[in-house]
Design a protein around this ligand. Sequence first.
Ligand code: FES
Length: 152
Amino acid sequence: MKEKMNKERLAELLRENFPSERSFLLPVLHFIHEEFGFLEESALEEAAKHLRVPVSEVWGSATSYTELRTREPSGNVVGICTGLSCVLKGAHDLLSRANKLARASGSDNTTIEELQCGFLCGVAPVLRHNHKWTAHAVEQDVINAMEGGTHP
Ligand code: FES
């Protein structure tokens, strides 16, 4: 997970990268999600201020998209795409394996998440770990990611 930034730095980045217009709400949410690893409350308040929209509207949008987390994930985040191409290529088996490994470990140090299509359908199934995608993911890739390892 990336280092958290302070409100002043976030406000500066929002000013530099996004017009203060409501229509930029979704791009701003994705930006914050990428920077923080989730939609931190204070960051959403800063987004509302920058975009000049009510905080309730920002929260409403933030909680409408399954690919956006509103809570901080545990240390190791393993995402498996469950878009159609990935499902047809075995994503549910990978997801099942990841969930079994997580239960067997008895630790809550790993967050397993289902991802929407990552637009990498030609190399399905795909897995995302530490902001990196693995193409043609297989069970060993899941095991490596769950252990915090890297793809060989
Ligand atoms: S369905 Fe998985 S990358 Fe498109």
